[in-house]
Design a binder for this molecule. Structure first.
Ligand code: ADQ
Length: 484
């Protein structure tokens, strides 16, 4: 029986080795949750890195690790410390990530990390080829594996390959600056179907393929010498029911069963009419997410509208990420200083303007925060999609709450009922915050009703199925085309 092979940099589970026992826990990220519906089918395997380098694995437990992975339909790609340095921290996150998010000043072009990126993509290809059988479909994910589609295609010309990019694809003028631009495009064009979150990213990619490689484009098809590659947009949804259900369970909890965080929130904030409203922000600590901007805009808001001092509080959760890359350390220091300065400037005995958490929180607490906050303020400078915006809305059972969302996120294209802002315009953010905090409940409900309907319909399962159906259709068309 043919199967689907999902490939991403990381496997959808975390491994923990204690002495001689191996524990696995599922990963929480957007991609892992998103692909669950495809992966849970019996005829699918997931190939990726386990999160533990070869140097960290004792030879005596290697086979136990493989068995543990196998029981979750996973296959590990063995990577060394050197691979991770050059491929993950180096070329993926010090070159592609900043460049694709328009942070050109952070983009390093280094020959050695590029070479490791090629080697590691080849390691992934080798494992895929070892597991590939006739009739299998392949779905490759994200910017760490741009070369993989073509590496597989070269060995297996007939195989069906889909590729999805989770981050923005930049405009041609930005993309053309990278020395290995041709190799990257050729790598991606090994796929039959290339998917992006938005129509804009799709157009940028088509324009680069045309202008850099000189390919002919008809609508969204790229004509290669021997094949046609289809390019399309597939805006990723969320597991709507998971968030909706979690919110129901949250609301059913009696006081004693509530999380400590929820009890604290209740104690400090929800004090009858005199309550301070919560403004929530959640992101990985990343310069693309506009966290420093958000803090400055919040400071400006408290300066411009002093009537909100003591009446509104920013709850900011920043999840540690890539903390051994210098830019991330610099950003962490900047945020620490900003939070300290703003809290020092405005705090009163009974009110601190910002609650700042720098850590990962369990899912239960994420739900506490989504449900308890009157406003979500998400201000990325660039973001492929932004799932937090969708999760916030899905968790609002009573449909009350206001989403303020940056126009630089992919999600803003589908969420026009949210309050859409330019993350660089502090004046606009401050005015929108005031507007959000004063928005009548009927209007909140009306906006969220429309948003929820859409999120429920275009959920992550639909996203994955649409992509797979389109991949199948592309392959069928290609067969027809060759027969003609
Ligand atoms: P990310 O940059 O990681 O994803 P995002 O889309 O917001 O950004 O997804 C983050 C996910 O992590 C959410 O599902 C959220 O619930 C979860 N999460 C955040 N904080 C958490 C915490 N403290 N504990 C547990 N879970 C937490 C990349 C791209 C995005 C794109 C996604 C999916 O950068 O633009 O939307 O992939 O394609």
């Amino acid at each position: 029986m043919s199967k689907t092979i999902i490939i991403s940099n990381r496997l959808p589970l975390q491994l923990k080795i204690n002495e001689n026992t191996i524990e696995t826990t599922p990963s929480v990220g957007g991609l892992a949750t998103g692909m669950k519906s495809v992966h849970k089918q019996n005829n699918s395997i997931w190939i990726g890195w386990s999160g533990i380098t070869e140097e960290e694995i004792d030879a005596s437990i290697k086979s136990d690790i493989n068995t543990a992975l196998e029981s979750h339909q996973c296959v590990g790609v063995p990577l060394t410390q050197n691979d991770i340095e050059g491929f993950y921290y180096g070329f993926s996150n010090n070159t592609l990530w900043p460049l694709f998010h328009y942070f050109m000043e952070y983009t390093a072009f280094e020959k050695n990390t590029w070479e490791t990126y090629i080697d590691v993509n080849q390691k992934f290809a080798d494992i895929v080829l070892q597991n590939l059988e006739d009739g299998d479909q392949i779905w490759v994910h994200d910017y760490q594996l741009l070369l993989l589609p073509n590496l597989i295609r070269k060995q297996k010309p007939e195989v069906s390959i889909g590729f999805f990019l989770h981050i923005p694809f930049p405009s041609y003028e930005v993309f053309r600056t990278i020395p290995c631009r041709e190799e990257l495009l050729k790598g991606m064009l090994g796929a039959d179907l290339i998917g992006f979150h938005t129509y804009d990213y799709e157009r940028h990619f088509l324009s680069s393929a045309q202008r850099i490689l000189g390919h002919e484009i008809h609508f969204n098809n790229i004509h290669l010498d021997d094949r046609i590659v289809k390019v399309d947009s597939f805006p990723m949804g969320i597991d709507y029911n998971k968030f909706h259900q979690a919110a129901i369970e949250h609301n059913q909890k009696v006081k004693e069963d509530q999380t400590e965080l929820q009890q604290e929130i209740n104690k400090h904030i929800k004090k009858g009419n005199n309550q301070a409203k919560l403004i929530l922000s959640i992101d990985r600590l990343d310069y693309t997410k506009g966290i420093a901007n958000r803090l400055r805009a919040f400071e400006y808001f408290l300066d411009k509208y002093p009537q909100f001092r003591g009446k509104a509080r920013l709850v900011m959760l920043a999840v540690p990420s890539r903390s051994n890359i210098p830019q991330y350390q610099i950003l962490k220091n900047e945020i620490d200083q900003l939070v300290g300065r703003i809290n020092g400037k405005f705090a009163e005995v009974s009110w601190t303007p910002i609650w700042y958490f720098y850590r990962s929180m369990p899912f239960e607490n994420l739900i506490d925060l989504y449900i308890s906050s009157e406003v979500a303020l998400l201000t990325p400078i660039r973001d492929g999609m932004n799932l937090v915006a969708k999760e916030y809305i899905a968790s609002k059972l009573d449909k009350k709450g206001v989403l303020i969302l940056s126009e630089m996120t992919g999600a803003s294209n589908e969420m026009s009922e949210a309050l859409i802002i330019n993350p660089n315009n502090f004046e606009e953010i401050a005015d929108t915050l005031k507007f959000a905090l004063e928005m009548p409940e009927e209007e909140q409900i009306k906006r969220n009703e429309a948003l929820q309907k859409r999120l429920q319909r275009y959920n992550v399962e639909k996203w994955a199925n649409d992509f797979m159906d389109s991949l199948q259709a592309t392959k069928d068309d290609a067969i027809q085309y060759t027969l003609k």
